[in-house]
Design a protein around this ligand. Structure first.
Ligand code: COA
Length: 169
């Protein structure tokens, strides 16, 4: 199976919207936002997300089957920290190494950014496959935020994880 990992531009906004909405629908407890919250967002909002962050897509046979996004800090004192958010692989394509491939591409691209020395992310403790994947590619848990996410009336705890490029410090 040929998997291509590409970086998206604002012109890709429709494909980006489609895969993001699929993620929110498929895994409603995995993310900080909901399908209902994002479904009516106008084109400009999707374009803006792609203009102000890095977004990656995994493509198999011309189909978008996965995504992840990286957020950067603007403040001078925290510009060395990047956050990974919104990682998702379509269920039909899971357990084939695609999530790991996106994560490794992101880590490699961030490592090549001179200013970046640390990557952070948060993940619901219930998302066991994601936690395993993050550990596999080098993330360490630094703490648990209790009641960090509330969906309907249920609270979820979140792991805060980090990967530090020690050799770049
Ligand atoms: C987490 C997710 C992205 C993994 O994607 P994937 O393409 O299936 O993962 P990979 O096939 O690349 O797996 C890589 C590693 O992750 C871990 N992993 C992935 N799925 C797993 C599962 N179901 N159970 C246990 N470990 C798993 C394993 O360590 C695996 O390595 P291995 O194959 O050598 O055992 C996918 O399950 C997903 O989209 N989940 C829902 C959304 C989500 O939780 N996103 C994270 C939000 S922070």
């Amino acid at each position: 199976m040929e998997v291509e990992i590409i970086k998206l531009t604002p012109e890709n906004w429709e494909n980006f919207k489609t895969i993001r909405l699929r993620a929110l629908k498929t895994d409603p407890t995995a993310f900080g936002s909901s399908y209902e919250q994002e479904i009516d967002r106008p084109e400009e909002v999707w374009r803006q997300k792609l203009a102000t962050s890095w977004a990656y897509a995994a493509i198999v046979k011309n189909q978008f089957v996965g995504m992840a996004r990286i957020l950067f800090e603007l403040g001078e004192h925290v510009q060395h920290v990047a956050s990974i958010v919104s990682l998702f692989i379509d269920p039909a394509h899971r357990r084939q190494g695609i999530g790991e491939k996106i994560m490794k591409k992101i880590i490699s691209d961030l490592r090549n950014q001179k200013i970046i020395t640390k990557i952070i992310l948060s993940v619901n403790t219930d998302q066991k496959p994601a936690v395993k994947l993050f550990e596999k590619v080098g993330f360490k848990t630094i703490g648990i935020a209790r009641y960090g996410v509330k969906i309907n009336q249920t609270y979820y705890n979140q792991l805060h994880m980090e990967l530090v490029f020690e050799d770049k410090l």
